[in-house]
Design a protein. Structure first.
Length: 221
């Protein structure tokens, strides 16, 4: 018997819960024990590591949080979407991330959307970037096949020098050997600041008029 998940999860009362609580709700809807989830996760994990029962207990109790690998496995086992598990609604990613406005919807802006996403990846930690890149390449491979994906990736080598040249024209300190972390920090510190993609209102001098709308506080040094 299929679990009775709401078809419109934006109306789901579990949208007010945390990740651990939603995980428990989904598990109990499937009538799985924590041990059963752990066993199933190990069965579908290509690395055969799975997720331990102890880890699942920690997620549900809120004493720890699942990473990208664990979220992917949990969603496959419980047949739920990452958006619902993380945000509590299928559409929450757009509602909770006003920065998505920067990506644009018009066909002529799709290349710019991809470039903005690529630059945003430079700000992530190495393991986070690797996990997302692995997911994207896997999805692209399914669409293009091995040879098509190889051709697409090879083209990036042809475009890389032109991209670095363009970055260097914008940021003279950028070199081909600049680390991604340094690149993200340099551009974020020296780039043009606007209120595009966030909820801020700025005065004529660029000062923020409504700091209470901060979604991502500036990290402390």
């Amino acid at each position: 018997m299929e679990p009775n998940f709401p078809t419109d999860k934006s109306q789901d009362p579990s949208s007010d819960l945390g990740v651990g609580q939603r995980l428990k709700v989904a598990r109990e809807e499937r009538d799985f024990t924590q041990g059963a989830v752990a066993n199933r996760a190990k069965m579908i994990d290509p690395e055969k590591k799975g997720i331990s029962r102890t880890a699942i207990i920690g997620y549900e109790q809120g004493t720890s949080k699942p990473g990208l690998r664990e979220i992917k496995l949990l969603c496959e086992v419980l047949r739920i979407s990452p958006n619902w598990l993380i945000y509590g609604t299928e559409s929450a990613a757009m509602a909770a991330l006003p920065s998505m406005e920067l990506l644009g919807k018009a066909p002529e802006d799709q290349i710019g959307s991809v470039m903005r996403t690529a630059l945003a990846l430079t700000a992530l930690k190495g393991h986070e970037r690797d996990a997302l890149q692995s997911l994207v390449l896997s999805l692209a491979g399914r669409q293009l096949g091995d040879m098509g994906l190889s051709s697409l990736l090879t083209t990036t080598y042809l475009l890389r020098s032109a991209f670095v040249t363009a970055l260097k024209a914008f940021s003279p300190e950028v070199e081909a050997s600049t680390s991604l972390e340094d690149l993200a920090k340099y551009i974020s510190d020296n780039g043009v600041t606007t209120n595009a993609g966030n909820r801020y209102r700025l005065d004529e001098e660029g000062e923020i008029l409504n700091p209470e709308r901060t979604l991502y506080p500036t990290p402390k040094p």
